[in-house]
Design a protein around this ligand. Sequence first.
Ligand code: F6P
Length: 365
Amino acid sequence: MKKRCLVATGGGDCPGLNAVIRAIVKRASKEQDWEIIGSRDAFDGILRDPMEIVELDNSTVAGIHVRGGTILGTTNKGGPFAWAVKDNDGNWKEEDHSAEMLRKLEFLNVNAVISIGGDGSQRISQQLFEMGCNIIGVPKTIDNDLGATDITFGFPTAVEIATDAVDKLVTTAESHNRILILEVMGREAGWIALHAAVAGGAEVCLIPEIPYNINKVIERINKRIHHSRGFVNIVISEGARSINGNQQYQENDEFGNHNLRLGGAGNRLMHELKKGGVTTDIRVTLLGHLQRGGKPIAYDRILATQFGVKAFEMVLDKEFGKMAALRDGKLVAVPISEAIEKYNYVDLNSDLVQTARDIDISFGD
Ligand code: F6P
């Protein structure tokens, strides 16, 4: 009987997931004694009754590297340690079904698991590893906020999309002499905002790592409007906040979603600017899930393919409890525990932050 490796994609989707799946399958097909199966919607496919498992072979994955999303489906709710069940009164509650999941993996003769996911998914991977599961991680997220790897696939595509949005907003801002605010994703990390602001040539970039002083933002706006051009482009990260305020959350009524949903920072900034006396017209664009959709750019396809091949080779080498990562341009295996311990914030002393300051981008500090 062939050995089996189960693949799952967890958390928010991101461009490049399909390229990882394809690379795992293609690399595994070189080994006579291995076959690859997938679980639908992260590990939910294992936990459901009946189970939802997909056979993956070279024909199933042909050409999928160019497609966005994930052919396996995903979820950022629940999971084996917080499985949603209805109690006797019909109310939803969460139960730990991890032991049941491991029993089901044994029943399916699964020898190894590859979990492609971000921070939340890799926390689940680490817990499963500690329970004895032969698991390997692959880092993904548009936010680029996972530690132990220089970069996550999906992030470069999101930067490309956000930069394209800045480019488009610049021409309309210029035509109307307006202030245009673009709110981008990123959770607690300002990577997407920083890169899009530099690439798109924004005047102001507000990120969670630097709480902003609204008076400094207004100073930069006035300098631009009164001394050079009549319009301003601002990129703000969804997790940004002022020195006096908190982060802005959306209402969160989805059961089992443990991530508080950020959103609204751009609109709040508009009100703060108006309150501060800014009279120029202001418009806000929320880029939202466009940043996660569509096909991955070439860089992401390549990185995702490298991560997929590396992950399967880690299975062959029995490097369980580890995650494929890119460090100083080299593909390496790092402990999953290391990746989840250190959140990857923007380094305020980095060359890129300095470059941004040197070309007069204000961080509101
Ligand atoms: O982690 C990826 C991400 O897109 C974040 O940037 C954002 O805050 C969150 O997911 C949105 O999640 P959802 O898909 O639940 O709206």
